[in-house]
Design a protein around this ligand. Sequence first.
Ligand SMILES: [Zn+2]
Length: 436
Amino acid sequence: MKRILFKSGTLVDPGSGRVWQADLLVEEGRIKAIDSGMAAPRGTEVVNADGCLIFPGCVDVHVHLREPGFEYKETIATGVRAAVRGGFVAVAAMPNTRPVADSAAVVGYVRARGEEEGLARVFPVGALSRGSEGKEMAPLGEMRQAGAVAFSDDGRWLADAQLMRRVMEYARMLKAPVISHCEEPTLTKGGVMNEGITATVLGLRGMPAAAEEIAVARDIILAEFTGCHLHVAHISTAGAVRLVREAKSRGLKVTAEVTPHHFTLTEEAVQGYATCAKVNPPLRTRADVEALREALADGTIDIIATDHAPHAREEKEVEFDQAPFGISGLETAIALVFTELVHKGILNLPQAAAKLSLNPRRLLGLPGGVLAEGEPAELTLIDPEREEEVDPAAFASKGRNTPFAGWRLKGWPVGVVVRGKWIPVRPLPGEGLREI
Ligand SMILES: [Zn+2]
């Protein structure tokens, strides 16, 4: 495997909290050396990283790759390209495919297809219940053996408390987290957006914050009861944040993720019946967005994950009530983190790197996430000053469904190192200068 030398990058290590300028040498898929003024050994690929931040490789713990079964929305091939273009070296694939990933066969298929592509790594998430129908436990042990890194019925909440208890007991034995889509379904039946003034004005049926909070509360209680690691997916309300904060203060094994759309947008993005902003959980109020940002800053929210949910154009170009939920998020996430959180002083650089790399890896039990000699060399290079307009037509994802089209964002990924390869995705900051 070849050597790659990154010259004069700004290293951001969430492990130690350090930010410093240095050269970084990659060899045999590991960080061989970190030093200043390093000479390139013969046969080394040299990348001028001056002006770039070097993060440990970013990992998205929540994506929908749609394969098998919905290849017209996305495939594993297009999904891993979208991941790399978005600055992610690995993704966890949710099991709501057709068939559902509720067996070793489907889990193994998703994993193998990811390996075949040779780009971002794909880690399958197995279902909690057969068909994610909430009735019978799925075969967690055999899925774990086939490579499942976590378990989830994402898209649905496992409402049967006794079944959730048993699943959590089993997942704990298998040392895998349970990722819960927290939505009490009787309160959200028929709902298409957040319940509140905007829904009333638009005449749309709402989904109250209470539906999420009831589910989070029950799941925290069951996590305490069983000792299972509960990970709350796409947290979106101030009340849910309070519950997670309280659970953490008591030392429970509870973590949470937030999506870029939930920390950026409010329910008002739906005005004009904008189906591109129809998402589940729904976009909430300004007070909820403020609570999410505060929770990111104080560590209550551990992870930023996209809930990448690509859909075909014709599916979203229908009446609001009929449109599917979801946003194609992989290719705008890092730019939103920089524009909305880093440049606004809500997260410092090591915190941002922790929420995009170290903490996602800890959740999934993956090594890496720190910049130190001997560590796995998965890297994400980011130009924090680059400004670019979001152009869904340029997405590698098949899903162009985004409420951020035309937004001018600052801070974009320029390339990743994964599987020992340097994959550039945008010009390096030094490149323009060299042409002059
Ligand atoms: Zn979900």
